[in-house]
Design a protein around this ligand. Structure first.
Ligand code: NAP
Length: 264
């Protein structure tokens, strides 16, 4: 347990690059989109990164570029977490999926799957890695939530419920982890240019009966004052900063990367 009255270790200048040499990081959904960008950013900062994905080829390809290790796991299976490395200093809970349908037509099994991957797996992973973090007096948990962890949208009951649950889980981890030098935060992106969003544009076009271009401008970006998609690298940069030496006092927070959506 850290001494309450102790100053932290001397900090590098605020302009210094984040140095994660000697740290290990585990990124779920690391084979694609935001997860892939996080893996590369953490690896470039010097961390050894475990790339967890259910897609073996994607995990291997990203691990190879990052000089890390690929771990194939279906996070819908609670037993899969036990087989993953536990000696982890940085946990990025990123794997996720979406399903768009009105509540009245939402398939219950799809709802359950989304909770398993996006709530139960992050909980199990925290249980799995926190003992190592506590033993070393340092840890960073970054939960890739969403603007939908803070706001709701029609037709996304499972996703909105899961992201709101992740927000609560992250705050509990922040409170329990604080005496052990472990922070837990969420990042809350608006729409990011990834395969998940490309699929959603198609699904929303079908749900609303409009063109894919109109989905982007009239549906997805309607509530965002900044009228463009976010890039994965912008999310990864925020995740990297949350793992760096200057973010130890920020915990239990939700960092909106939403182009001003939640300001309105
Ligand atoms: P993505 O490109 O589809 O990546 C998601 C990754 O999670 C994929 O590699 C996927 O593997 C993996 N995954 C899904 N189910 C899994 C399971 N059961 N076990 C293991 N891995 C699984 O999506 P993304 O846009 O980068 O999303 C990453 C995170 O950001 C998600 O939590 C998402 O909710 C959040 N987010 C995204 C946006 C956005 O606009 N894109 C906005 C806010 C928040 P497969 O490829 O095999 O399915």
């Amino acid at each position: 347990m850290t001494n309450t009255f102790h100053a932290p270790a001397p900090l590098p200048p605020p302009s210094a690059a984040v140095d994660l040499s000697g740290r290990t990081a585990l990124v779920t959904g690391g084979g694609s989109g935001i997860g892939r960008a996080c893996v590369l950013a953490l690896a470039q900062a010097g961390a050894v990164v475990y790339v967890v994905d259910r897609d073996a080829d994607a995990a291997k390809a990203v691990a190879e570029i990052a000089g890390g290790q690929a771990h194939v796991a279906d996070l819908a299976d609670p037993g899969a977490v036990d087989l993953l490395p536990a000696e982890v200093d940085i946990l990025v809970n990123n794997a996720g999926l979406q399903h768009v349908a009105p509540l009245t037509e939402f398939p219950p099994e799809r709802f359950e799957l989304i909770q398993k991957v996006m709530v139960t797996a992050p909980f199990l992973l925290m249980r799995h890695v926190l003992p190592h973090m506590y033993a070393h007096g340092w840890g960073r948990i970054v939960n890739v939530s969403s603007v939908h962890g803070l706001r709701a949208s029609a037709f996304k009951s499972a996703y909105v419920a899961a992201k709101h649950a992740l927000e609560g889980l992250s705050k509990v981890a922040a409170i329990e982890g604080a005496p052990h030098g472990v922070t837990s935060n969420c990042v809350n992106p608006g729409y990011v240019r990834t395969p998940l969003v490309e699929n959603q544009v198609r699904d929303q076009a079908a749900a609303h009966g409009i063109s894919e271009g109109d989905v982007l401008s009239n549906v997805m970006l309607a509530r965002s004052p900044v009228k463009r998609l976010l890039e994965s690298e912008e999310v990864a940069a925020a995740v990297l900063w949350l793992c760096g030496p200057h973010s130890g006092y920020l915990t239990g927070a939700s960092l909106p990367l939403d182009g001003g959506w939640t300001a309105g």
